[in-house]
Design a protein around this ligand. Structure first.
Ligand code: SF4
Ligand SMILES: [Zn+2]
Length: 287
């Protein structure tokens, strides 16, 4: 699990400071996100899925919401059981003391004063507060903030309508990856890298979806203590091939950003991805 802050705006190459600042000052007010176009108020406590930790190809298309850290004490209620989150809206995990909740458009939710929860009506001495232009909203917990956000934030509403794909559907898409990568490689020597990039982006997106699905299963396991699920084997299966693909995406992403293309290294890296995709699918088939 990441240490809180390792994957924050302060260490992100898109924070406008040149190449990420590894020791972001809490008070630093001059960081500006080049992708989301906003002034980052608390770089060490703000996150998103465009950070290279979750975006190995450094894609500039915004992925999911911006997240703010909120003290874990507000993670006091469960999310409503019928809510199914697509991968992009699952909070990126951090270290123990903080939970992550999405910005409301570009407004940052924060720990604040006493208030009555707009979702359940519970009065709290301290609440999650959202300061809107003409209004102030209070929430008893991160779960109730999240539920309200999904119904109210314009982006939250669109996410709620998207049903997460099951593992079988994702694996079917994964099967088409080797062919797409081969097509991308066939034109790379002519200096045409768009096809390859497209295939790699698809791998990256599938990875996000697949990992997320598995992690949710892991949560299910912990909650229900399902004796049928062999957790250590399951966890190993999850980590090996998908982790290999993730690592290799970072390598090939880096190679493709270089001005002078190292064709041999790119070939090696893409071949590794193809092999790991094959390994992952064989493993899924055996299971
Ligand atoms: S909001 Fe995302 S892309 Fe922008 S600086 Fe922060 S982590 Fe990077
Ligand atoms: Zn509430």
């Amino acid at each position: 699990m990441l240490k809180d802050g390792e994957d924050c705006c302060g260490t992100c190459p898109f924070n406008g400071s040149g190449n990420g600042n590894n020791h972001p000052s809490k008070d630093r007010k001059d960081l500006f996100c080049e992708i989301r176009r906003f002034v980052i108020q608390e770089p060490s406590k703000t996150y998103c899925n465009n950070h290279p930790f979750r975006n190995p190809l450094w894609m500039r298309k915004a992925r999911g919401p911006i997240w703010a850290a909120i003290h874990i004490s507000f993670d006091s209620k469960p999310l409503r059981g019928d809510i199914k989150l697509p991968a992009e809206v699952v909070p990126p995990q951090g270290e123990g003391n903080y939970f992550r909740i999405p910005y409301y458009s570009l407004v940052r939710p924060a720990r604040g004063e006493a208030g009555v929860c707009v979702v359940c009506g519970e009065a709290k001495e301290e609440s999650v507060v959202l300061l809107l232009e003409r209004d102030k909203k209070f929430f008893c917990s991160t779960a109730h903030y999240f539920e309200w956000w999904l119904q109210t934030d314009p982006r939250g509403v669109t996410y709620q309508k998207r049903i997460p794909l099951g593992t079988d559907a994702l694996n079917c898409r994964f099967k088409t990856v080797p062919e797409k990568l081969a097509e991308g490689m066939s034109v790379l020597e002519d200096g045409e890298n768009e096809w390859l990039m497209e295939a790699l982006i698809e791998v990256d997106e599938l990875l996000l979806e697949l990992r997320n699905g598995k992690i949710e299963l892991m949560h299910d396991f912990l909650e229900k203590e399902d004796p049928e699920l062999d957790l250590p084997r399951f966890w190993e299966n999850l980590s090996y091939y998908l982790q290999e693909i993730q690592n290799e995406l970072t390598v090939v992403g880096d190679l493709l950003r270089h001005e002078k293309m190292d064709y041999q290294e790119i070939t090696r890296s893409v071949n590794n991805i193809t092999r790991s995709v094959g390994g992952y699918l064989r493993q899924e088939w055996r299971n």
